[in-house]
Design a protein around this ligand. Sequence first.
Ligand code: FES
Ligand SMILES: [Fe+2]
Length: 336
Amino acid sequence: MGTIDLKQLLESQTLERCPFPIPVGWYFIDYADTLKAGEMRNVFVFDQEWVLFRTESGKPGMTDPYCPHLGAHLGHGGKVCGEHIRCPFHHWEYDTEGWCKNIPYAKLMPPIAKKQAILRALPMVEKYGMMWAWYHPQCEPPSFELPYIPELEDATGYTGSRRGSWTADTCIQEIAENGPDVAHLKFLHGAPIIPPVQTTYEGPVMKLDIGQGYIQGTSYGPGLNVMRFNQHGITATMISYSVPISKEKTQMNMSFRHVDYAEGTPELAASKKVIDHMIGAAEGEESAGFESVDFIVWNNKKYRPNPLLCDGDGPVLQFRKWFKQFYPGYENSTKI
Ligand code: FES
Ligand SMILES: [Fe+2]
């Protein structure tokens, strides 16, 4: 008998479930119509609380809750005043970029307040009828833009109001890794074969082709993924926009869209069928939808930075290498 590699057998004891920091990227915060001009509310994402507000002119803002003056929480008693958010304690006011714009009783502004924003504010855009925030741990400005998505922005050609939200007890990278992990499609989801897969990587964009054009997906950083399912001559689209709640909790959000085919056409029936299948709502389907089976795995697994892979596995390691760019400062980490 040779000696046993104990490290192999005992490694799982030292693994963390989710050893990752919050990844850099654009993230969905909420649907635009949930926040009216002059409103504010507290939201918990990226492992901390934030104050989300909309100015009177309609601009969204999202800031750290704690006032740079004496630390009051802007989201408890604060108020939107014109284009600013006002602290309840001594009425200092901040704009959507975090610059202090007014201290009602000061003759002189603190010097730093003239040079830079003093309250952390996340860059925000509104697109696809949604509010998006840019997260970077060192507050660097956006390094890429959100793409044009015809299914969401070309109002005349597409339809489909179905959308959903689910919470998974894992991090965003573990969820995204399901894309290149094509072997699980057969064994967890019951696909008839392990489909061939190809991935290409360019900066923050990853393209995924599963089953030679059957599923074509594009990820724009960690927070936006567009998957087109081509089947029976139609295309049904799943737009997925997950947001990290904490290091081990992710809110998954999805919209399902298809071409606006006429009522009663086989194309409309096929589109609806593909979408039912995606959501796992179809009855009598042999293959389970993602919300039942994937969650059992995600919610309980640990991340193995050095997995044992076999020749039939998809490009999991290439995917991980691509994803690492969203963890600045962790380039040499062996844990991720
Ligand atoms: S603590 Fe916010 S104005 Fe004083
Ligand atoms: Fe899956």
